[in-house]
Unconditional design. Sequence first.
Length: 230
Amino acid sequence: MIVSGATWLDIGGESTRPGASEVSIEREINRVIPVIREIHKKYPEVLISVDTRNHEVARLAIENGATMINDVSGLRDQKMVDLVLDKGCLVCIMHMQGEPGTMQDQPQYADVIEDVAYYLESKAQELIDRGHNKDKIIIDPGIGFGKNHEHNLALMRAVRRFKASGFGLLWGISRKSVIGQLTGKSDVSQRLAGTLGSSIFAALNGVDILRVHDIDEHNDMFNVYQALAD
């Protein structure tokens, strides 16, 4: 990924895909911390985020070279909030309705855009009110995390609403079911072209960070686009 042009590596030891079950804290630590430590040692210039819902894992990750906490549970745990404030680190707050094991069981919202925006902005403001630097806060609407297809499309189309909050914006849409439904591709490995389409839309509308699988292909796409746009 680094050789292909990634500027950020997101390291996680627990799957949070729909229907996923939890793993123990000990297993997550054993999966994640040695990897973060070695990457940081070999590539100290590379930014690393830890993808975790657990403050114990996040603390060790930051102490071993991670730059950002990517909390898919959206800082529900007050101990995670306290950790972010204590370390003064970058944090990505992601919205997720429910838990990974059940989040796709008929998710419902009064207004998906405003409900998600309110949650993310409230959590971010809590950090700011307690002294955290606004420039170190990134928000992620959590496409596919407790949302149905129409919810996902609405959130993707509302990118400017989330940018208006003034926080950095992250999207993680690569190969997800929303791409599969839009393209008719049930095979995850066949969703690259659809993912690239969503990525260029995101970039043109101001999304700051794209969390993707296919680094080389994205790098090629953006290099060509930039050459023509200039």
